[in-house]
Design a protein around this ligand. Structure first.
Ligand code: NAI
Ligand code: 15L
Length: 271
């Protein structure tokens, strides 16, 4: 028996990255074809349900071609840590602009944008935030994600292109340190969040924190409840292992700020 999938073709950028490799498989359930793209080389696609295309997001016409015959874009590609401004500018700021322009020209109705918790990274860890809290980006990387969120609002208001911006916490197989006990997003919960971001109706521009049901968390998704994201996992299973790590100093940014060590990265230019 054949089942009808919600989309014919999904474009996935950043497909060679940590989360791209995880989601490449998840997305197969939702589209006849997943077009996987990255600047890094990847193995050829498996059968006719996967297309693999190498592309630098800074290349406007390359991105335009990537978006041809696509129904929805999952935009994960770009620099994913704090780096010098010019690197971020090309991959993240120009790259995200190219994605939205391609969406407009190809009449693509929705983008799922991998934003980051670092958009609000300079808030202290004793504060609870929601999607309407003040943004306090903790570096150039965070500024690029904040700009990406603004671009999402603009493209919705001007052209009706919907976006779900995922302010992902720390999505790895398991939390790496004490901070991640609060910020961890399991791969299973990431999969559910992606599914809701693709399938929920009338999202406009929705901002949602990507975080599992951890015992302590700094983020409240009250303004994204229409997505129906209900995380199932918790970092608690790793507490004993994490607490065996040497305790950081009391003034370690990893214990003070929601963005942790990102708040202390750089400067990258000395004159
Ligand atoms: P990653 O660094 O493993 O993957 C990013 C991918 O983007 C890489 O494969 C890289 O080759 C590609 N890329 C970089 N520059 C490019 C360019 N100019 N053109 C085309 N592709 C380019 O990062 P990860 O962990 O997979 O994250 C995916 C997305 O989610 C990123 O946008 C990241 O900022 C965001 N995110 C991830 C978090 C996490 O905990 N993993 C937390 C918050 C946000
Ligand atoms: C991010 O935005 C990064 O992409 C990821 O590598 C993690 O460091 C994560 O944030 C985090 O805050 O732990």
């Amino acid at each position: 028996m054949t089942t009808t999938k919600p989309f014919n073709r999904i474009l996935l950028t950043g497909a060679a990255g940590g989360l791209g490799q995880i989601l490449r498989e998840t997305l197969q359930a939702h589209a006849n074809v997943v077009r996987a793209s990255d600047i890094s080389p990847m193995a050829p696609g498996a059968g006719d349900h996967e297309e693999v295309i190498e592309c630098n997001l800074a290349d406007k016409s390359g991105v335009h071609s990537l978006a041809k015959d696509v129904d929805v874009i999952v935009h994960l590609g770009g620099i994913s840590t704090e780096r010098a401004f010019e690197e971020i500018l090309d991959a993240n700021i120009r790259g995200t602009f190219h994605i939205y322009e391609a969406a407009r020209k190809h009449r693509i109705k929705r983008v799922v944008f991998a934003s980051s918790n670092h958009v609000t990274g300079f808030h202290r860890q004793d504060q609870e935030l929601d999607a309407r809290s003040e943004r306090r980006p903790d570096g150039y990387y965070a500024l690029s994600k904040s700009y990406g969120e603004d671009m999402a609002t603009f493209y919705f208001e001007r052209y009706g292109i919907e976006t779900v911006s995922l302010r992902i916490g720390s999505s790895f197989a398991e939390p790496h340190n004490r901070r991640m006990m609060s910020t961890w997003l399991s791969y299973r919960d990431l999969g559910q969040l992606m599914e809701r971001a693709l399938l929920a109706d009338d999202v406009g521009h929705t901002v949602v924190y990507g975080v599992s049901a951890n015992r302590s968390t700094w983020w409240n998704n009250r303004h994204a409840s229409h997505l129906g994201f209900i995380p199932q996992d918790s970092s608690e299973a790793f507490r004993e292992k994490i607490e065996r790590q040497p305790a950081p100093a009391a003034n370690d940014p990893d214990l003070l700020f929601q963005g942790g060590a990102f708040t202390a990265a750089g400067p990258f230019e000395n004159n």
